[in-house]
Design a binder for this molecule. Structure first.
Ligand SMILES: Cc1cc2nc3c(=O)[nH]c(=O)nc-3n(C[C@H](O)[C@H](O)[C@H](O)COP(=O)(O)O)c2cc1C
Length: 313
């Protein structure tokens, strides 16, 4: 079973991917990191700053899979060609993002509204691009029953792996991933299938593997930010120590400060990580509130030092 890290805008960027590999990447690290989405530029001129995220020299080590958010299949195919020139093989198509700003433009899970358009998009992608192309999808827009028609379309294309996050667009991240709908759809899938959604412990990961032994992979997002040693633990390795967490978080903070050229911006990015990670520490409620409010680097460093005096759960 392959374990993958989910693409997460604002969290699983290149600074994070390098820090995660360094501290938690030995035996038990993920097989692949899926990078947060990029939109292919309509004028076909690559934006340097955005492409820096995927520069091969900034992404050594475990394979990184770029992800595209697009609704124009020919444009997506062109961008896949550009990514191949950089040395990437697999490219992932985002058919799952539920954000209103994305779906209003008919992208992400907005693509699932109209099966005919989805079919035309995939036809254009696969007729203009070669090599492995994977898809990350939700079950539909309003209700899971929509997935049967959507899957009929996916099954017609040589999608290298279909990652299913069993929620619908309208749900955003509310409620729970619909395991029943996933289980019902799985026998109809003719493609390698990866499961994604709401896995946060090694026990849950093992239970999922036992329930669905035919999966090609399991992808985890928020769970790996909350516990960066999750995959290692799932393979029988140790939990994260305080020293590892300290080194990992210091690398992230310094990496973001260098990347953004400002400790203030780094702090705001770090708050995104702490939102999930703080729950590794016992009795952290008071410090969590302080962390949310603080702005200055000295405040950040003081509060983080205090958090590290708390016991790990
Ligand atoms: C902050 C945030 C950013 C995300 N960004 C992306 C993205 O760029 N591309 C994508 O396909 N999914 C994105 N997702 C969805 C995740 O990849 C994943 O499908 C979702 O969080 C469910 O998995 P999990 O329960 O393991 O976190 C994002 C989710 C979150 C919470």
């Amino acid at each position: 079973m392959n374990y993958y890290v989910a693409p997460m805008e604002g969290l699983t960027d290149r600074v994070w991917r390098q820090a995660h590999q360094k501290w938690f990447g030995w035996a038990g690290g993920p097989a692949r990191y899926y990078a947060p989405f990029l939109s292919p530029p309509e004028n076909r001129v690559l934006i340097k700053k955005k492409m820096a995220e995927l520069a091969p020299e900034a992404n050594p080590g475990v394979p990184v899979i770029p992800q595209l958010l697009a609704k124009d299949g020919e444009l997506a195919a062109w961008m896949i060609g550009e990514l191949r020139k950089l040395g990437y093989t697999e490219v992932n198509l985002n058919l799952g993002c539920p954000a209103g700003t994305v779906t209003a433009k008919g992208k992400g899970s907005g693509m699932l509204r109209d099966p005919a358009k989805l079919d035309a998009f995939l036809e254009a992608v696969f007729s203009h691009a070669e090599g492995p192309i994977s898809v990350k999808t939700r079950l539909g827009v309003e209700k899971p029953e929509e997935f049967a028609a959507i899957l009929t379309i996916y099954n017609r294309y040589p999608i290298s792996e279909l990652t299913i996050h069993p929620r619908v667009m309208r749900q955003l991240y509310r409620g729970q991933a619909d395991r029943e709908a996933f289980a019902a759809a799985l026998p109809q899938c003719k493609l390698p299938v990866c499961y994604n959604g709401d896995i946060t412990t090694a026990g849950q990961l093992h239970a999922l593997e036992a329930e669905f032994p035919t999966l090609s992979g399991i992808m985890i997002g928020r769970g790996i930010i909350a516990d960066p040693a999750l995959f290692r633990k799932a393979l029988g390795g140790p939990a994260a120590t305080k020293a590892e967490l300290r080194g990992y978080l210091d690398d992230l903070y310094h990496g973001y400060t260098e990347l953004f050229g400002s400790a203030g911006c780094a702090i705001s990015r770090m708050k995104g990580h702490w939102f999930y990670l703080i729950h590794c520490f016992a009795d952290s409620e008071k410090l969590e509130k302080q962390l949310k409010k603080l702005r200055e680097p000295w405040e950040y460093e003081t509060v983080v030092n205090q958090i590290f005096t708390l016991p790990l759960i």
